[in-house]
Design a protein around this ligand. Structure first.
Ligand code: SF4
Length: 240
């Protein structure tokens, strides 16, 4: 027991002390009050959301939209069309999303797997742990992409942890920021209760806050968390 307490103390030693007014559910309420509903995921149907989840790896959403528009224009936004497409052609359609050769391989692998499962519809019948395990077995799908797919394509109560989550909550002193993915996922799920609509909205709000306000160089002056954020004074507004 003493060993665990010492390890915990060591782990939190460099972390800013969180303000007692801030909790994981409390941050949600503030972000929602400041930004309103985000209506995520921007995508038409489960398969398009799955494609978007792969293409959004390491790139901004605007670039993904261009790649998806190319697929639509080529009438290639289906598992069969993507599997059958020549890799060079597919790579050309995916080019706007960056890392297009890697994403070509990943998208083909996911579509092959979807076809082996009999399409998207049978996947919706799988239990969440089974579906998550299967997704994690597909080439190029890691925990964040799998959880994007589970939450947004299949409406499962799985919390998505991304770089924005780590940055914002570490600055708030609520996490260290370098915990293993599963540790953070379980922490958010346990503290929020298992609700897919809530997780959907919360992740979208975290992305908007991390992208527009709590950036690498944060704009604390416009932040709805600033009065309780222990990092507010150590991160000057952009332009200073
Ligand atoms: S006050 Fe600044 S550092 Fe704290 S959450 Fe807001 S933007 Fe991030």
């Amino acid at each position: 027991m003493r060993g665990a307490a010492t390890a915990r103390k060591k782990r939190t030693a460099g972390r800013p002390r969180p303000d007692s007014r801030l909790t994981i559910p409390g941050v949600y309420r503030r972000l929602f009050a400041a930004n309103g509903r985000q209506h995520w995921w921007p995508g038409d149907g489960a398969f398009e959301i799955m494609v978007g989840a792969v293409l959004t790896q390491n790139t901004a959403w605007a670039n993904v939209e261009k790649a998806i528009a190319n697929l639509k224009q080529a009438k290639a936004l289906s598992p069969a069309a993507i599997v059958e497409a020549h890799p060079r052609r597919l790579a050309a359609w995916l080019r706007p999303s960056g890392y297009f050769n890697i994403k070509t391989r990943r998208l083909k692998a996911m579509c092959r797997w979807v076809m082996q499962q009999g399409g998207v519809r049978p996947l919706a019948k799988l239990a969440t742990p089974e579906l998550r395990h299967a997704l994690l077995g597909v080439h190029g799908i890691g925990p964040e992409t799998a959880d994007d797919i589970l939450l947004y394509a299949f409406h499962r109560p799985v919390f998505v942890i991304d770089a924005y989550t780590r940055r914002i909550f570490a600055r708030l002193g609520l996490i260290d920021g370098d915990e293993p993915y599963e540790t953070l996922r379980h922490r958010f799920e346990d503290e929020l209760g298992f609700s897919a609509p809530l997780f959907n909205e919360y992740h979208a709000l975290i992305v908007i806050h991390g992208k527009d306000v709590c950036k690498k160089r944060p704009i604390c002056g416009i932040c709805c968390l600033a009065d309780a954020c222990p990092s507010v004074t150590s991160h000057k507004p952009a332009g200073d």
